[in-house]
Design a protein around this ligand. Structure first.
Ligand code: PRP
Length: 188
């Protein structure tokens, strides 16, 4: 079934990672995390909104006892460039003291969001804080955060789909595509 295909073709230049590519990455990461978190009863935290999609697939590939929670943190608003200031919009409900916390992100870009969350969770007394991101855009990193687990490194292109938005839309595309540079320019 094709839904609103023109709408998508108008903005996507090409597919970067197909649905199958994403499934393979998620399985590989889930397998590794199953080994690394065996017996640790981790708190796995999805960072809304983008990571909700990856999070729900990833945890189903992790065969460990765990708890799940979400938090909403944002630094981009509706724009293309990070505002440089990270805002906590919805906090965790779970206590993190003495817990092994695994943050799940769709993408780590400048690293500002991850740094903000790592600092916050460490300050609250977590035993460990690690991050699993589907995509790692190291080209834009402005700090020294470490992405402990990731699916793929991406170049400095605007990617969309599978949780990643373009002007707060297109998160529901089941693959990851690169937005046409001319579309970005026209909206900049
Ligand atoms: C995106 C993404 C990460 C963050 C990464 O979230 O989901 O959380 O940006 O960028 P950074 O490394 O430069 O901080 P965004 O703030 O756009 O919110 P959203 O997930 O609700 O779209």
């Amino acid at each position: 079934m094709t839904v609103d295909a023109d709408h998508i073709n108008d903005i996507i230049d090409h597919v970067l990672y197909s649905k199958e590519d994403i499934q393979q990455m998620t399985k590989r990461l889930g397998h590794q995390l199953t080994k690394d978190y065996a017996g640790k009863d981790p708190l796995v935290v999805g960072v809304l909104k983008g990571a909700a999609f990856f999070m729900t697939d990833l945890v189903r590939e992790m065969d460990v006892k765990m708890q799940n929670d979400f938090m909403d943190v944002s630094s981009y608003g509706d724009g293309f460039e990070s505002t440089g200031k990270v805002k906590l919009i919805i906090d965790l409900q779970a206590e993190v003291k003495d817990r092994d916390v695994l943050l799940v992100e769709d993408i780590v870009d400048t690293g500002l969001t991850l740094k903000f969350m790592e600092d916050l969770i460490s300050k609250r007394g977590a035993k460990s804080v690690k991050c699993c991101a589907l995509l790692n855009k190291t080209a834009r990193r402005i700090n020294d955060v470490v992405v402990d687990y990731y699916g793929a490194n991406v170049a400095n292109e605007f990617v969309v789909g599978y949780g990643l938005d373009y002007l707060n839309e297109y998160r529901n595309i089941p693959y990851i595509g690169v937005v046409k540079p001319e579309v970005i320019k026209a909206n900049a």
